[in-house]
Design a protein around this ligand. Structure first.
Ligand SMILES: Nc1ncnc2c1ncn2[C@@H]1O[C@H](COP(=O)(O)OP(=O)(O)OP(=O)(O)O)[C@@H](O)[C@H]1O
Length: 605
């Protein structure tokens, strides 16, 4: 009751203060306004309804004014008694600190939570769908937006997050909406920052511990110019990617050598970065290899998808320069964005990555010394020479259709029992990896006999499927997976498998041909229209109706590019099928390394 009376007293005092302010403001108004303006004010005051409205308006604005004043002073005074650290989204620390906060026990005072689903890490021995009951994700709760109180080592820590508001850019275009960055602030009472610094350090250490021995894959979202997503996963085993003989070892030693050559580059004044272009048909292991390589070298992968909407040159530049240390930068399907632009498929503001933007970004990677950039494409012929010139792209490697080494490797990978390692025992890169656990000798003997049989099957497979069949490792993966429980069915299933691939290829080729025909028709139609316009103009000039100008309105080059783009707009991935038709292999020139043939135009600095 006492408190109520006190509060009421405070309220009356405030009202009296506001009233005093109004009286003072009124007398000031009278002295400053001209007589005419004063007459208007008096007119309003003379009218009961208007004067009541005017009075309410003054009360309202005074209330807002005084409230802001009080809150401002309160915040100012309060800030003298606590210390805080603020972290903005976009910095890696934001995620680390968020995880740290999520791991604290939630106090009862926290009434607004955020929740996310987290799946248990893949355990390779786990049979997910074994006993019918579907596995469920874990629900992880964390304090939601707003301010919350947590306890750490007995100290009261206040955590506040601001929620993301969507802001419109100047032209108010929906496509140009930018997400306001979130921030997280931790604060505590006192003048000593050491507790907060300790928390930040702890958050970082915990994150590094979690990531140890794993591959973190960073990516981004439309409109973001920072690495907004990250996923940490068990590294893909390097031996699980099966490439043409010698190619994996060659690439690994190239990168390893590069990573040891910082001084060599500096001494010669060469920018310390290395670019690789992996090209070839879809499903030949380009991405898988890069992810496995990163795991093997204990590096992160930062994936830039140039084809996504809402991504422009500036963002690309910022992203490449802010990649977390020790990362492989991966620009996937590097041709796709540029092809879309040429085909006129991209609207202004939707996707503004330009060739010059990509070139500048690649040249301007300054923040990171020792950058390793990988680009992948299915269409090397469509890339601008400037993009793949040495210095930007130092090694260009063809990931071709499977050769004998890969066909055998894929077959053994899916069929061998785990007792015989389940992996290619000849793979030199497997040295030092964990050996399979000991098993019963009888069981071992049974599995050895089984594996000997699998090796025989692999020999037969290699006689029936050859490089000439233009089969990708992804297709082999699907085929062997289907038969992994019954190797005996494989050999007789091969003709059907090859028939299916040929049928698929023919369908894609004819679709592509159709697109090309359409593009040619379009080009011819435009040329005819242009010719008509030109003839009409010439006729008018001849008749003296208009004067000849030197203005160049001939857009032939552009038209041609557009037509080309239209031809490839569907991006059917069939170029390689067409190239290999008749020849049985890619038409791109091949070079022999370690007895294996793969295309490599290398540049050694
Ligand atoms: N050489 C390979 N060794 C092992 N697995 C492979 C290989 N090539 C493809 N695969 C398997 O096929 C699937 C697709 O492979 P991946 O995405 O790496 O191909 P890609 O060449 O990058 O294709 P795209 O050009 O379409 O991006 C993956 O599941 C991968 O495991």
């Amino acid at each position: 009751m006492d408190t109520l009376v006190t509060k009421a007293g405070e309220l009356l005092n405030s009202a009296a203060a506001v009233f005093d302010q109004i009286v003072v403001a009124g007398s000031r108004l009278e002295s400053t306004l001209s007589p005419a303006a004063m007459n208007v004010v008096k007119g309003i005051m003379g009218n009961d309804v208007l004067s009541a409205g005017f009075f309410l308006m003054i009360i309202g604005s005074s209330y807002t004014f005084f409230k802001d004043l009080i809150v401002g002073y309160y915040n100012e005074v309060q800030s003298w008694f606590y210390v805080s650290i603020i972290v903005q989204e976009g910095d890696q620390l934001y995620n680390w600190l968020s995880d740290w906060v999520a791991e604290r026990p939630l106090t009862k005072s926290i009434r607004h939570l955020s929740v996310k689903t987290v799946w248990a890490e893949n355990d390779e021995d786990m049979d997910y769908f074994d006993d019918g009951d579907e596995e469920r994700p874990k629900l992880v709760y964390a304090p939601g937006s707003g301010s919350h109180v947590l306890y750490h080592m007995g100290y009261k820590i206040s955590v506040s997050r601001d929620s993301p508001e969507q802001e419109s850019s100047e032209d108010d275009d929906m496509r140009n909406r930018i997400l306001k960055k979130q921030s997280i602030t931790i604060s505590t009472v006192g003048w000593d920052m050491s507790l907060l610094k300790m928390i930040v350090q702890d958050a970082m250490e915990k994150s590094y511990k979690k990531k140890a021995g794993k591959t973190t894959i960073y990516s981004t979202q439309p409109f973001d110019s920072y690495w907004s997503n990250s996923e940490t996963r068990a590294p893909r085993a390097f031996h699980s990617v099966i490439l043409a003989k010698g190619l994996k070892e060659e690439l690994l030693s190239d990168i390893t050598m590069f990573r040891k050559s910082a001084r060599w580059y500096h001494d010669r004044g060469i920018p310390y970065r290395r670019g690789y272009l992996l090209h070839g048909p879809p499903g030949t292991g380009k991405t898988s290899f890069i992810v496995a390589l990163a795991g093997h070298l204990r590096m992160n992968v930062c994936i830039v998808n140039l084809g996504i909407s809402g991504f422009n040159d500036k963002q690309l530049n910022q992203l490449l320069n802010s990649a977390p240390r020790n990362s492989i930068l991966l620009m996937e399907d590097v041709d796709a964005a540029l092809i879309k632009r040429k085909a006129g498929k991209v609207q202004e503001g939707e996707n503004n990555v330009t060739l010059s933007g990509i070139l500048n970004s690649l040249d301007g990677i300054t923040a990171q010394e020792g950058s390793v950039v990988f680009m992948t494409t299915n269409h090397i012929r469509k890339l601008a020479p400037a993009l793949i010139r040495p210095g930007r792209c130092d090694r260009k490697l063809l990931f071709d259709y499977a050769d004998e080494h890969q066909i055998r490797g894929m077959c053994l990978k899916f069929l061998l029992s785990r007792s015989a390692s389940g992996h290619l025992t000849t793979d030199p890169l497997r040295k030092g990896e964990t050996e399979p656990e000991e098993i019963d000798p009888k069981e071992q003997a049974r599995m050895d006999a089984y594996d000997a049989h699998v090796h025989e099957v692999a020999d037969q497979v290699c006689q029936k499927i050859t490089h000439k069949d233009s089969v990708t490792t992804a297709q082999l993966q699907a085929f062997f997976m289907l038969h992994r429980e019954s190797p005996d069915t494989i050999v007789e299933a091969i003709p059907g498998f090859l028939k299916e691939i040929a049928r698929e290829r023919a369908a894609l080729s004819s679709k592509k041909r159709l697109h090309r025909q359409r593009a040619e028709k379009l080009k011819a139609k435009r040329a005819a229209e242009q010719k008509k316009v030109k003839e009409a103009k010439e006729a008018k000039i001849a008749a003296g109706e208009i004067v000849e100008t030197s203005e160049e309105d001939d857009d032939e080059g552009e038209e041609e590019e557009e037509a080309k783009g239209a031809g490839s707009e569907s991006y059917l991935d069939s170029d390689y099928y067409e190239e290999s038709e008749g020849s049985g292999s890619s038409v791109l020139s091949a070079k022999k390394i370690n007895g294996a043939s793969y295309h490599d135009m290398s540049f050694e600095p």
